[in-house]
Design a binder for this molecule. Sequence first.
Ligand code: PEP
Ligand code: MN
Length: 293
Amino acid sequence: METNPCNKPINGGSSIPSRASRKTRQEDTIVNITGVEVGGSEIIIIAGPCAVESREQLFETARSVKAGGASILRGGAFKPRSSPYNFQGLGEEGLKLLSIIRKETGLPVVTEVMDTRQVELVASYADMIQIGSRNMQNYPLLKEAGMCHKPVLLKRGMMATIEEFLLAAEYILNQGNEQVVLCERGIRTFETSTRNTLDLSAVPMLKRLSHLPVIVDPSHGTGLRWMVPSMSKAAIAVGADGLIMEVHYKPEEAICDGYQSLSLDEFDLLMADLTKIAKAIGREISVPKVWPG
Ligand code: PEP
Ligand code: MN
C-alpha cells in the first residue's frame, strides 16, 4: 500500500475497490465536454463570470473570452452565497441566457447545481454540471450527479483532504458516470492574506493517485485578481489539465467576486503567457472548437 511521508496509508488504508484510483485504471481518463476533451495533452481554459448577472454582462464576457482562447464558458445561475441576503443568482433565467450564448459562440457551458431537485433542470441546459466546494460532501447530490449523463466538475471541499475528495468522486463514479473532472480551488488554512490557500501540491498528488483529469481554480484559490496570473502559470507548470477562471467585463461592477475576476484585457494578456508555459512543458492550450451549436 502506498504511504505518505508520515507513513500514513492513503485512502484510509482501506481495500475498498476504488474506481477513481490509478490502480484500477492506469491510463488517464479523458472527459469529453461536448467535443472539448479534458485530460489529454491539451490544456483547457474555462472562463467566464462568477455569476450570470445580465444578458449584456454574460454575452460581452463570453464573446471576449472566446476570442481570447477559452474553450468552455463558466457562469453560475444558482449561487452558493455565504449570506442569504446576497444575490443568489438568476436561476433558470440565467440558464436560458447561458444556452443562448452557448449557441452563438459554440462554447460548451459549465454551471453549478446545488440541490438534487435541480440536477435534471441544470443538466438540460449545461454541457457540464459543477458541484461546488460547499457541496463536495453532499452525498445525495453526488449520487444524483452520478445518475445524470453529463460530465461533472467536482470542486474540492474547502476543508477536505485529498482522500475525502477522491471518495467524493467515487460517489459519482459508482453511479456509472465516469466523466468526472477534479478541481483544486484552495483550502482553508490559518493563512488569511489570501481567500484560500491554493494547494498546488494537490495537482501532482491527485494525478498520481487517480486517472481523473485535474484542473485548478486560481480565482477562488487566491481571492486576489493580481495573483491569478502567477498561480495560473504555476498550475500549468505543475501539471494541471486546465484552469477555471473568473472573468468579468466590468470587474469593479460585478455583483459577485469582482475582486478576484480578471478584466477582459487581463485575461487576454494571461492567455499569451499561458501558451508559453504550456509549450515549455510540451503541452498546448486547446483552441476553441467551432461547432454549429
Ligand atoms: C464557483 O466556482 O462559482 C464557486 C462558488 O466556487 P467554489 O465552489 O469553489 O467556492
Ligand atoms: Mn465566484
